[in-house]
Design a protein around this ligand. Structure first.
Ligand code: C2E
Ligand code: MG
Ligand code: MG
Length: 498
């Protein structure tokens, strides 16, 4: 197979998802704000199905699978519950009701956008219901074997897929416990409650139906997994070619102070795909990180940002602007990360304090000492650091004070509901006070409305970024945006602009 063929098949596999992903990015603000407040229920369900607030394909696929699973659990639970109600088999009716409750709870967690609970709930419910029915009511007899436990086979593979990005104990533990239970139940015989054992008439046909259904489910989930792996490896090849063909672009989203002056920009990566158009990073970053391609991509981003700072340094009205770039964990772990950045600063002769590196809390969990050493080395040259998505991860406040951070970036999930949700408002006020006490500036991202902006100003936040001001723009449009702001600021003044 030639790289061309693989690329073609990669496009075929991923085209649908990515087209939607690109649309998501463009309509992100619209979906996010309207989804929570104004839209009728059916419209919110529609948005959940299309994963309008999810930026990655895997996340959308899992959300859809969970929505289908929750509906199936409710329907199957009701149908079997009614059937066993007529047989007066109350313990099985109770387990069927548990299935219904688990399905409804899953739907509710999807509705509330709690992905971890939405994934764990159906898994735990199904494990309990399948295990209990197999152990207590579906005992093996000379006429028919025990078969209910076979559903644990597709459940174990589904858990592998759903917990793919979770911590190792969950990623390996969940499928492992399913297979262990499958083994134990397949070897066991009798039932502790013979009076409630399934009638022989049902068991004989049931054994065939259950075996066929469980194996079919197993086959379908294996197929989904295989498809997923093909798409990911095809995407990897496409990303490599995108690097070679210079298909990546850096967009700039303005950051403003409370007087409305543009003080700089966050550089955000885009993939200008020859056929699919502009693709947001959520579609390919996970694959880029897992394959290591984020390293050359990250180097390209840093070089572009320094080149841009260099070209702004030659223009009076632009020379104060700073650029923030996002650094991923794999990048900062490189042994030569510090010299890489230092040599770029030297090569482009730019003031290091105008280059800001955005890191996230998750980077500090594993190897904090090493990361802090690198941060300190770069900070000594003047480079500044901002803690991105603050509040969404795990941060020990004690550690926070020992980090060479100059800025905290309040995550957009808190900003989104700040006007309507009093706990989000308290969190924001606390983060601002915390940042100031630790001598850091505080920037809010995802500012979309005047009310959010006003609240943030009133709470003492100094810097702002969000669709209220501008989305991320190609460089020419960003420069024009800065000029338009200068025009407004200058009034009838007679500044000379580039
Ligand atoms: P981030 O660093 O938290 O960037 C903010 C994201 O929020 C951007 O999405 C931006 O377009 C979006 N955004 C900005 N204002 C608003 C708003 O008012 N409302 C809403 N709903 N969204 C807003 P984008 O560009 O899709 O980037 C997503 C994430 O991808 C970034 O999150 C960052 O973690 C990562 N990323 C982007 N560029 C790079 C890069 O060059 N390198 C690395 N390692 N990661 C990157
Ligand atoms: Mg960022
Ligand atoms: Mg962020």
């Amino acid at each position: 197979t030639s790289p061309g063929d693989v690329r073609a098949s990669a496009r075929k596999f991923t085209a649908g998802h990515a087209r939607r992903g690109c649309q998501n990015w463009q309509n992100h603000s619209l979906h996010q704000t309207t989804m929570q407040k104004e839209l009728p229920t059916y419209h919110k369900v529609y948005n959940l199905w299309y994963g309008a607030d999810l930026s990655n394909t895997h996340g959308r696929r899992v959300q859809r699978a969970l929505m289908l699973l929750s509906a199936t659990m409710v329907l199957v639970g009701l149908a079997w519950g009614a059937f066993f109600y007529h047989l007066d088999n109350w313990p099985v009716v109770a387990l069927d009701l548990l299935l219904v409750v688990g399905g409804l709870a899953t739907a509710s967690f999807i509705w509330q956008q709690k992905p971890e609970l939405a994934t764990a709930t159906p898994f735990v419910t199904l494990f309990i219901v399948i295990g209990a029915i197999a152990w207590a009511f579906d005992s093996a007899t000379p006429q028919a074997p025990r078969t209910t436990q076979l559903y644990l086979m597709p459940l174990s593979v589904a858990a592998m897929l759903a917990f793919r990005t979770s911590r190792p104990w969950l990623r390996f533990g969940a499928p492992g416990i399913c297979l262990l239970a499958l083994g134990i139940l397949s070897l066991g015989y009798g039932s502790p409650f013979p009076q409630y054992a399934l009638p022989e008439s049902i068991k004989a046909t049931g054994a065939i139906v259950q075996t066929v259904t469980a194996l079919s489910l197993f086959f379908i989930i294996l197929h989904v997994m295989q498809h997923d792996a093909i798409v990911r490896s095809a995407l990897e090849i496409e990303l490599l070619q995108a690097l070679e063909c210079s298909e990546f672009r850096l967009f700039y989203q303005p950051q403003l102070d409370s007087l409305g002056h543009v003080i700089g920009a966050e550089a955000l990566l885009r993939w200008q795909h020859p056929e699919r158009g502009l693709i947001a990073p959520g579609e390919f970053l996970e694959t880029a990180e897992q394959s290591g391609l984020i390293l050359p991509i990250g180097k390209w981003v840093a070089r572009q940002a320094c080149e841009q700072l260099r070209s702004w340094s030659q223009v009076a009205d632009f020379k104060q602007l700073r650029v923030a770039i996002n650094i991923s964990q794999v990048q900062i772990r490189q042994n030569d990360f510090v010299p890489q950045i230092q040599s770029l600063i030297e090569e482009y002769q730019i003031p290091a304090n105008q280059l800001e590196l955005e890191i996230t809390e998750s980077m500090l969990v594993d190897d904090m000492q090493e990361v802090v050493k690198k941060m300190n080395a770069l900070h000594q040259c003047g480079v500044t650091f901002s803690l991105d998505d603050f509040g969404t991860g795990y941060s020990s406040l004690n550690h926070l004070k020992s980090l060479p951070l100059q800025q905290l970036k309040i995550d957009q999930s808190f900003v989104r509901d700040v006007v309507s949700n009093s706990s989000d408002a308290s969190i924001i006020r606390t983060v601002i006070a915390l940042g100031h006490n630790l001598d850091m500036t505080v920037i809010a991202e995802g500012v979309e409305t005047r009310e959010q902006h006003q609240f943030l100003i009133d709470s003492g936040c100094e810097l702002f970024q969000g669709y209220l001001f501008s989305k991320a723009l190609p460089i020419e449009e960003f420069n024009a945006y800065v000029r338009s702001k200068l025009d407004v600021g200058a009034g009838e003044g007679n500044r000379t602009l580039v």
